[in-house]
Design a protein around this ligand. Structure first.
Ligand SMILES: N[C@@H](CCC(=O)N[C@@H](CS)C(=O)NCC(=O)O)C(=O)O
Length: 216
């Protein structure tokens, strides 16, 4: 079945799916969605994804949205093995809990800053919003004291979710290496993955350029 990804490369959520696609070596048709032009609010897009978010994946007639759900589906269906999303129930629960940490904590904290810049024309990052991001960094640092990658000894889709979020927030609330040595070490390991640059860097550069151009 042909795979189609509706995407905007600067989106952190999209970049976690791009990392998954690159890691699995999948051939995917790419359909850009211009959020500024509100292409995600057209009747056609809303029919496919009533939550009007990117990324959205089509696999033949089947549609799935939310990057975490998409990435899990892609590994389950197309992975040569289960290393990125283990089938073992306890290992999978650990990956899931870490993806929920991204989805419920890290991503909304950075999303609040991005929203204030893009929708409210904020020229600085507010202290309150930065403090929420910093709390997330502290939790992530604690997680990484217990394991090499965010959900265990190997790279999983939880790492893809968090690295795309954290590399973005780093541009707005910098991650000091002396304060967060474990995060810094983990980021270096992620950057050394052969598919990291193709999966994350291009969109991240656009994200950083756009944010810096909007800030005073
Ligand atoms: N939990 C979702 C979040 C997706 C999300 O919020 N995407 C943003 C771009 S980073 C978006 O599509 N925003 C447009 C909107 O919500 O209308 C995921 O992981 O896919």
């Amino acid at each position: 079945m042909p795979l189609t990804l509706y995407y905007l490369e600067m989106s952190p959520a999209v970049r976690s799916t791009l990392l998954t696609i690159k890691a699995l070596g999948l051939d995917v048709e790419m359909k850009p969605v211009n959020l500024m032009a509100r292409e995600h609010m057209t009747p056609e897009y809303l029919k496919m994804n009533p939550l009007h978010t990117v990324p959205t994946l089509k696999d033949g007639d089947f549609v799935v949205f939310d990057s975490h759900a998409i990435n899990a589906y892609l590994v389950d269906k197309y992975g040569k093995d289960d290393s990125l999303y283990p089938k073992d129930l306890q290992k999978r629960a650990t990956v899931n809990q870490t993806m929920f940490f991204n989805c419920c904590d890290l991503f909304p904290s950075i999303g609040a800053i991005v929203g204030s810049i893009l929708k409210e024309n904020a020229k600085t990052v507010s202290k309150d919003k930065a403090a929420n991001v910093t709390q997330g960094y502290q939790k992530l640092e604690s997680l990484l004291e217990q394991s090499t990658y965010v959900a265990g000894p190997h790279v999983t889709i939880a790492d893809f979710a968090i690295v795309s979020t954290i590399s973005s927030s780093n541009a707005l609330v910098p991650i000091a290496s002396n304060r967060y040595p474990r995060i810094t070490e983990w980021l270096s390991k992620m950057q050394a993955l052969p598919y990291y640059h193709e999966g994350n860097d291009k969109g991240l550069n656009t994200f950083v350029t756009v944010m810096k151009s909007k800030l005073g």
